[in-house]
Design a protein around this ligand. Structure first.
Ligand SMILES: [Ca+2]
Ligand SMILES: [Ca+2]
Ligand SMILES: [Ca+2]
Length: 416
């Protein structure tokens, strides 16, 4: 299961080069105009419990952009409504409403902090009902001020955990079962991954693993299978000016292990097989349920600077013996939001591109044959070119596309 933060290269560049905040405040005042029926009913029910001047909050991290969050927490097939808010100078509160004859309050929870940073629903104690994982913060960007509150709300809300954190993820880890991975990170000082499980009605630490504290920070956190028979995490981190690594952590019978390092506090180095010149997130690119980590390779005979290099992104999956195997390759054009998949049977490719990245040609290294090309145009002209795709901004054209290779081109989401 992919846990959260889908990292996107441009976003990362933005974070690392510009040093700016990733997230904009996502708050809204109550009583906005013209809402769909259900939302209006929930808001009017909410008015009985929450003052009309309260500020409704949405999680800063993640794709959730609505302040009324619908989720079936108790597994009865009906969605409950969960709303987080802040009144005046107060701290975060959350309220859960369920639809009976009308929307009514079921329970209330509270936290510290001014911002809702993370929000996850997950059945940690495996009783069929989801717990609320509420990550709160006093700052929009500082990892240091985040506190995770985990509530079981089955009857009266029970606080299962209150713990400072920088990042977390939850998943079912095979023989380990449902567990929480919580990272405390302070650059140069601390980088501790702790594994929590339910024990006697409490979320308790069952193992810990020290990771390299000299990284810049975490970019994507994924959990799932890391080999055909092992569960774990792939944690993509930034190192140096713009490089990246992936911590591959196995989670087995409640124990954490760093797959590519037995050494605690091992420092960032280019011998790490997961090292890449720019950060690229891990993902399951061939949809077989096993995660891959990415590395960047130079195309053949490439004479470009780092910033201008048309890297080939190569995704590796670990086999049963934890040996890396290439499962897919692609060229990503983040400027114009597309990728060209590179079939593994292709010979080593050269990539030619214009300075503005608008025209890209994949060339067979030994005989200069153009295998695939993409030209991005603002004009809707079509003469001599075949159209691959069209968006509001651009038309994507090619001279080499055929029915057989058309699937190699795909638009990708680039968050700006
Ligand atoms: Ca329900
Ligand atoms: Ca539960
Ligand atoms: Ca895979």
């Amino acid at each position: 299961m992919k846990q959260f933060i889908k990292a996107i290269f441009l976003l990362v560049l933005f974070l690392y080069l510009a040093g700016c905040s990733l997230f904009e405040s996502n708050t809204s005042l109550m009583s906005p105009p013209a809402l769909p029926d259900a939302e209006e009913k929930i808001l009017s029910a909410l008015n009985q419990y929450v003052s009309s001047s309260a500020e409704l909050l949405t999680p800063l991290n993640g794709e959730q952009s609505k302040s009324i969050i619908l989720e079936d927490l108790d597994g009865d097939g009906e969605e409950e409504a969960i709303v987080f808010y802040k009144e005046g100078t107060g701290t975060i509160k959350g309220i859960v409403l369920a639809k009976k004859d009308k929307w009514e309050k079921v329970t209330e929870i509270s936290g510290e902090g001014k911002y809702l940073y993370d929000l996850v629903f997950f059945d940690m104690n495996e009783d069929g009902q989801k717990e609320i994982f509420m990550g709160t913060s006093y700052s929009k960007t500082e990892e240091g001020s985040r506190v995770l509150f985990v509530y079981d709300i089955k009857k009266e809300p029970v606080l299962l955990l209150e713990e400072s954190y920088s990042y977390f993820l939850v998943d079912q880890f095979g023989s380990t079962g449902s567990a929480l991975g919580l990272i405390k990170f302070q650059r140069g000082t601390e980088n501790l991954l702790s594994l929590y499980k339910m024990k006697d009605n409490n979320l308790s630490v069952i193992d810990g693993l020290k990771l390299d504290p000299y990284i810049n920070g975490y970019v994507t956190l994924n959990s799932g299978k890391i080999t055909p028979n092992e569960w774990g995490m792939m944690l993509d981190v930034g190192v140096g000016a713009h490089s990246g690594r992936t911590f591959i952590i196995s989670v087995k019978k409640g124990k954490l292990k760093n797959v590519f390092s037995d050494e605690e506090n091992e420092s960032a180095n280019e011998e790490d097989p997961t090292f890449k010149a720019s950060i690229v997130g891990s993902e399951d690119t061939n949809q077989d349920g096993i995660l891959e980590y990415a590395v960047l390779e130079d195309p053949v005979a490439a004479d470009y600077s780092h910033a201008d290099m048309p890297y080939i992104t190569v995704f590796y999956q670990l086999d049963e013996k934890r040996e890396p195997q290439v499962v897919s390759k692609a060229f990503y054009n983040y400027t114009f939001g597309y990728k060209i998949s590179i079939p593994l049977e292709w010979p080593a490719v050269k990539i030619k591109k214009t300075d503005d990245w608008k025209h890209v040609e994949m060339i067979q290294g030994d005989n200069e044959m153009v295998l695939f090309d993409v030209y991005v145009s603002e004009m809707k002209r079509m003469d001599h070119w075949e159209k691959l795709e069209e968006t509001d901004d651009y038309v994507y054209l090619s001279k080499t596309v055929t029915n057989e290779n058309k699937h190699l081109f795909q638009l990708i989401d680039v968050v700006e």
